[in-house]
Design a protein around this ligand. Structure first.
Ligand SMILES: *Cc1c(COP(=O)(O)O)cnc(C)c1O
Length: 397
């Protein structure tokens, strides 16, 4: 009898009792809006912003309604205008080019390497075309940030980091999000903190951050923020910055604060599971594991591997066989976007030139989330199943 996995790939952990208590207390107060504060009260949202800024080591932090909102807000704060070109990754998820398109700007896609990071040679070739790079640390893979920043600085390209998959991670000991001019995080259910929906924007630049706070819908209440620039900075931007409401509320902030205190523990738990999967898959005939470079402090909340140069029929067969044994794998190379697996040529509102080297890699990317409801034994079992089925198809093929 072959082993079957019966776990659920989309089941997250429950919200802790401490977070539930904090949420109930906000509801009892009736003050859910971030600016609805009693005399002398700082409020859950400002406290969360201060705590997140301290966690990543940034001067400023703004909590917002979603990660996608944070991305578009960062572009607006950098004064990207309709028709401007914005560099971004060919391998990322739909909210990234979507944020660029939402302000009428035009994505210019940069290729992906076998390490699943942005192709720095392609970036250098295209850097002259834009003033901004929206860099997605897609699926937690972090490129050589010193090399990337050297290219961007040489071409005077400002970097917005999309850290939806790297919250808690870093490069060479520097937290992910601390290299670019601004960085964005998501606290949506499937990311590293779970408030259903939500996000953060961080920066050390006072003017960019004052604009972001105004944009997020602060009216003239910016003095009620705990991790924002000083009031005089707002004097310079407040009449020129439109309100595009996307605030966070106290209820979400209340459930996020206890989760943020636990993030390091969660990161360790993810990495244990990730590493068991990685070791279990290493050496499988026909399967390429993704190298994690020295310097990368990853958060293994998902794992990817490559079935490079496999035919579509064989990839489909391997995935179906894993699926029959309860292991749900997602394939970025399918002809049609399924669930979240779209890629640059699926975004037909943003035409792109062909990228044959990246296409070869994208075609072979297989992806799996690692919910913390999986035990370490579950991960070992999943690796055995993938190994058996992928080798069987490869050896028959
Ligand atoms: C989830 C995600 C976002 C956007 O976050 P939301 O909070 O869902 O808007 C941005 N980039 C990537 C790579 C993501 O996975």
């Amino acid at each position: 009898m072959s082993e079957i996995f019966t776990g659920n790939f989309t089941q997250q952990q429950p919200i802790s009792e401490e977070a539930i208590e904090a949420a109930v207390s906000v509801m009892r107060s009736g003050r859910l809006h971030r600016y609805n504060l009693s005399e002398g009260e700082v409020g859950e949202v400002s406290l969360l912003e201060q705590e997140f800024a301290a966690y990543v080591g940034s001067k400023y932090c703004l909590a917002v309604a979603s990660g996608g909102y944070a991305l578009a807000c960062a572009l607006r704060a950098l004064e990207v205008k309709p028709g401007d070109r914005v560099l971004t990754n060919a391998f990322t998820l739909a909210p990234v080019p979507g944020a660029i398109a939402s302000i009428g700007a035009v994505p210019v896609f940069v290729g992906v390497t076998e390490g699943l990071v942005i192709d720095l040679a392609d970036l250098e070739a295209k850097a002259g075309q834009a003033d901004v790079l929206m860099l997605s640390h897609m699926r937690g893979h972090i490129c050589d940030m010193q090399a990337l920043m050297a290219i961007c600085d040489a071409y005077d390209v400002k970097v917005i980091e999309d850290c939806a998959h790297t919250m808690g991670g870093g490069w060479d000991g520097v937290p992910s999000g601390r290299h670019g001019a601004m960085a964005c995080y998501s606290t949506q259910t499937y990311k590293h903190l779970n408030s259903g929906e939500g996000g953060f924007l961080i920066s050390d630049d006072e003017e960019l951050m004052a604009r972001a706070v105004m944009l997020s819908g602060s009216y003239m209440l910016y003095e009620r923020h705990g991790a924002a620039p000083a009031p005089h900075v707002f004097e310079q931007v407040k009449y020129h910055t439109p309100n595009v409401s996307g605030r966070m509320d106290h209820l979400r902030a209340a459930i996020l604060r206890p989760q943020l205190s636990d993030l390091e523990v969660q990161v360790t738990a993810w990495n244990r599971r990730h590493d068991i999967l990685l070791e279990g898959l290493r050496g499988t005939p026909g399967l390429t594991v993704v190298k994690r470079p020295d310097g990368e402090d990853y958060v293994g909340s998902s794992i990817q591997f490559l079935l490079l140069d496999w035919s579509e029929t064989h990839i489909t067969e391997a995935l179906n066989r894993c699926g029959e044994r309860g292991v749900e794998l997602k394939w970025f190379g399918g002809a049609e976007p399924v669930a979240f697996t779209s890629r640059y040529d699926s975004w037909r509102y943003a035409p792109s030139e062909a990228m044959p080297k990246s296409d070869r890699i994208l075609k072979g990317i297989v992806d799996m989330r690692i919910p913390l409801t999986f035990s370490e034994a579950d991960c070992a079992l999943i690796a055995r199943i993938i190994r058996a089925e992928v080798s069987a198809v490869y050896q028959a093929g």
